[in-house]
Design a protein around this ligand. Structure first.
Ligand code: NDP
Ligand SMILES: O=C(O)C1=N[C@H](C(=O)O)C[C@H](O)C1
Length: 254
């Protein structure tokens, strides 16, 4: 039986990609989409206004919502998901601490899975970051990301996740985009965000020391990679209980 999915942010770059990616699979079906205003029909999927989310979840018998929208729009559907007892997969980035706490609180009542990056390669990169930073004590660390020119949050959610992963291993302070007289401190990590063209998403952590440079990098070549991971997560999540879940657990169980 396929998982019935609703897409929040259906008219956006990722929302449209999720609808297209799901249309090529048998295990998931996008049954409805949500947009701030009436967006008609996208890829054969009815898209309803966000004030109709609660009734649409019931009417379309939705199992899971996949959200790629804005922090405000994501938080705007949480109560409806709880009321309908629907699992929530969040791909949106750029939440502040309060927004993140609201998602965590929702996970007391429904299954919630949030990932800043639904590519499998990035999950493996995160594991590698832990190993490399743990093993290469004292190496200088620098973090770079590059995205399309319409991206609004910086650094990217993924860069923040890489930074947190580094900080779990080593006590480093981020310095964002150096400028002027800015000698490097041994306990800092430079963080840089570039925006250009339609670059799907590039991340690189450089570890330099001991007359060598280790570069851990990832490049997404198509938004379909994120859509596929989010749909995998949705199918996995509907069989789980209420609580906070990680994408790493999804790829571990394949
Ligand atoms: N976790 C991951 O793997 C990935 C995460 N992302 C993240 O996903 C998010 C979306 O990215 P992207 O698709 O490129 O951005 P877009 O701006 O293309 O899409 C966001 C969409 O959400 C819509 N929206 C605004 N308000 C609402 C609302 N109240 N209800 C429903 N929809 C609404 C926007 O409409 P309008 O334009 O009319 O305002 C827009 O169409 C970003 O935070 C991005 O960082 C992106 C790729 C991968
Ligand atoms: O906005 C994007 O495009 C992307 N956003 C995510 C992020 O902020 O890390 C994931 C991916 O890099 C694409």
């Amino acid at each position: 039986m396929s998982t019935a999915i609703a897409v929040n942010g259906a008219a956006g770059r990722m929302g449209r990609t999720v609808i297209e990616t799901a249309s090529e699979r048998d295990d998931v079906e996008v049954v409805v989409g949500f947009h701030a205003t009436d967006a008609g029909d996208i890829g054969g999927v009815p898209v309803v206004e966000s004030d109709g989310v609660a009734s649409a979840l019931a009417e379309h018998d939705v199992d899971a919502v996949v959200d790629f929208s804005t922090p405000e729009a994501a938080l705007g559907i949480v109560d409806a998901c709880i009321a309908a007892d629907v699992a929530l997969v969040v791909g949106t980035t750029g939440f502040d601490a309060e927004g993140f706490d609201a998602l965590e609180a929702a996970s007391d009542e429904i299954p919630v899975l949030k990932a800043t990056n639904f590519s499998r390669g990035i999950q493996v990169l995160l594991r590698t970051v832990t190993e490399a930073v743990g093993a290469l004590d004292g190496y200088d660390l620098e973090l770079m990301e590059t995205h399309h020119n319409d991206k609004v949050d910086a650094p990217s959610g993924t860069a923040n996740t890489i930074l947190e992963t580094v900080q779990d291993e080593r006590d480093v302070e981020p310095v964002y985009g150096r400028e002027g007289h800015a000698p490097r401190d041994e306990d800092e990590i430079g963080v840089f965000a570039r925006r250009a063209g339609d670059i799907r998403g590039e991340h690189e952590l450089v570890l330099a020391g001991n007359d060598e440079v280790l570069s851990l990098s990832h490049r997404a070549e198509d938004r379909g990679v994120f859509a596929a991971g989010a749909l995998d997560a949705a199918g996995w999540l509907v069989d789980r209980g209420d609580g906070w879940h990680e994408f790493d657990d999804v790829i571990d169980e394949d």
